[in-house]
Design a protein. Structure first.
Length: 262
């Protein structure tokens, strides 16, 4: 994925010294809707206590993603969506880097960039694989599709024009490269760090004016692990679908038999 970090106010690094940081919203919002709790359990998302404020902001991100809002509404909605955070990263907030920078002109921005082809492979094998998998489900299909629509509103429409473009490699890569160039063009050079995660802590900490942590640089969202998680979702759906189908067929056969006896 591409990530933009606007520090000091809205988007940033997850170290406590920089204050509360809002990360990826789509997957973390599973607990907000009881309809999605089966997905949260199957996908083994970390249990979180129900937070009405966090969940209310989910609607704001969806509204922003659908577009059509006035400029004044956009600014007020962004401020409301990031209330309580001094920084954030990842989708969907990174898609509003320019608006966030306008709200806080002194903010620092970290753009993580990588080879476009590798980015596409990573994106479509992790979070962006969810719409593909949702189409393969039976019993859980309605729940998964509702979750996908929310992700489309919050992220995919603004990022690539909608989930219908996920399988269009050229379209997605062009959107990614356009985003990278837009960030470089709009953010003042002295406030921007173009960062490759392979560089580790040093350039990032130097840019932020923070000491280098003694802990290893984190490696998360492993594609292989994410693939296993989605395969588990398909497996559970298949087992549940077969079980429900068997019960229905068995019940039908039983009633037919009873009617024949009568």
């Amino acid at each position: 994925m591409w990530h933009v970090f606007v520090l000091q106010y809205l988007v940033g690094w997850r170290q406590k010294s920089l204050g509360p940081c809002l990360g990826s919203y789509w997957s973390r919002s599973l607990h907000c809707n009881p309809v999605h709790w089966p997905l949260a359990w199957i996908l083994s998302t970390k249990p979180r206590s129900f937070n009405p404020s966090f969940c209310a902001k989910k609607a704001l991100w969806a509204k922003l993603g659908r577009g059509g809002e006035l400029a004044s509404d956009l600014n007020s909605d962004l401020v409301a969506a990031l209330e309580g955070y001094t920084a954030s990263c990842d989708f969907p907030s990174c898609l509003y880097y320019n608006e966030l920078l306008a709200l806080n002109p002194a903010a620092k921005v970290v753009l993580t960039a990588r080879d476009a082809d590798k980015w596409y492979e990573s994106a479509t094998s992790t979070n962006w694989a969810i719409p593909r998998v949702a189409r393969r489900l039976w019993l859980l299909h309605p729940i998964a599709q509702r979750f996908v629509r929310e992700g489309d509103d919050m992220i995919l429409r603004r990022a690539i024009g909608g989930q219908q473009h996920i399988d269009d490699r050229q379209h997605c890569i062009q959107a990614y490269e356009r985003h990278v160039e837009d960030v470089k063009r709009h953010v003042p050079a002295e406030q921007l760090l173009v960062f490759d995660v392979k560089q580790g802590w040093e350039p990032l900490c130097a840019f932020l004016g923070k000491p280098v942590p003694t802990t290893p640089f984190p490696h998360v969202n492993d594609a292989a692990q994410f693939k296993l998680t989605l395969e588990r979702l398909v497996l559970v759906d298949t087992v549940l679908s077969v079980a429900v189908a068997s019960i229905l067929v068995g019940s039908f056969a039983y009633f037919v038999q009873r009617l024949a006896v009568l």
